[in-house]
Ligand binder design. Structure first.
Ligand code: AVJ
Length: 320
């Protein structure tokens, strides 16, 4: 294909609305309140996350970008040209071009749940790579995604950067890895980023920055609930918390009620005690063995791994 293609394969918006409502009502109704982290990424949340990646405390993006910059020759040799790069979660402005530059792909397929953000980032990417077919797909990639028929016969490289896999508890991560294998098909490869276990103060600061951007990102979930689910939550009544859970090897983010509070969402009433939290995110950290074990359980065989110069972050290449 010579023509740049930025058609958007459309997902049923009502499906997303219904899933958000169901997750929020179930999460707020449970005795330990929790809402899945994937709901952070409405258009505003996606923009706030981009701001997070530029924070001095938030090292993962810089560390991963360093690996992509330094190891282009390795990627070219191990991956080769002509593959369709399928990115799970739409590309940030910097990382994806580094990978595409390194391997000379046959097509680029970003999959994301946030449609408007996907449209913008796909258009920007297509402009940078004239002649590269770009096929954005608006979908929830935790279920098998039907890739555009134009890609049949092209081997796939899954790209899952940013340690997004760390947002899932191990059993969900394993399910997702197996789902990705189904989405990508036969002789696929997967290039996946995982954040490494390190000093707890460094980890905690990355999720509780001095400028308060991560706090705004966390609280944006409440704004989204108010707007999309007709809620009346007082946003300022909640404090942002980030804490290390050593048993699970993960940073947890919570929204903590500063005082007793009552609110309604979608016509339902909820109350919270002072100090009670809504658990909004897990960000699991790995060492190289736990990362390999996770991949193997997800039916992927590790082939090669790279870390940044300060051993903070790792990119792993695996084969189906
Ligand atoms: C994009 C999910 C990997 O867990 O580090 C950043 C999201 N949350 N700061 C992460 C996030 C708070 C990020 N991931």
């Amino acid at each position: 294909a010579t023509q740049t293609d930025i058609r958007l394969v459309d997902l049923d918006d009502h499906g997303i609305d219904r899933a958000f409502r169901a997750d929020v009502l179930e999460g707020l109704g449970s005795s330990r309140k929790a809402i899945p982290a994937r709901w952070f990424y409405d258009d505003e949340g996606s923009r706030l996350f981009e701001d997070i990646t530029r924070l001095p405390e938030y090292y993962p993006t810089r560390a991963e970008t360093e690996i992509l910059r330094e190891r282009a020759t390795d990627f070219a040799g191990l991956i080769g040209p002509g593959r369709a790069v399928v990115e799970f979660g739409s590309g940030s402005s910097v990382k994806t071009p580094l990978l595409l530059d390194a391997i000379d792909p046959g097509a680029y397929v970003p999959i994301d749940i946030a449609g408007d953000f996907l449209r913008e980032s796909s258009a920007a990417l297509a402009a940078k790579f004239p002649g590269l077919p770009v096929h954005p797909v608006e979908a929830d990639f935790t279920s098998t995604v039907n890739l555009p028929p134009d890609l049949q016969g092209m081997a796939k490289l899954g790209f899952f950067p940013g340690s997004t896999i760390g947002n899932m508890v191990p059993r969900a991560a394993v399910d997702l890895l197996r789902t990705m294998r189904r989405t990508l098909g036969g002789d696929a490869l997967l290039l996946i980023g995982v954040d490494l276990i390190k000093d707890i103060d460094v980890l905690t600061a990355a999720y509780d920055d001095a400028a308060g951007v991560t706090a705004a990102f966390n609280r944006n979930l409440l704004k989204r609930i108010n707007r999309e689910l007709d809620g009346d939550i007082t946003i300022a009544a909640f404090a942002h918390r980030a804490r290390w859970n050593d048993t699970y090897a993960r940073i947890e983010m919570h929204l903590e009620a500063r005082a007793e509070i009552a609110f309604t969402v979608a016509g339902r009433s909820f109350t919270m005690r002072a100090g009670e939290t809504i658990h909004t995110e897990n960000s699991h950290k790995f060492d190289l063995r736990s990362a390999n074990t996770l991949l193997l359980a997800g039916h992927w065989t590790p082939v090669e791994r790279w870390t940044d110069s300060e051993d903070r972050f790792s990119l792993i290449l695996a084969r189906a």
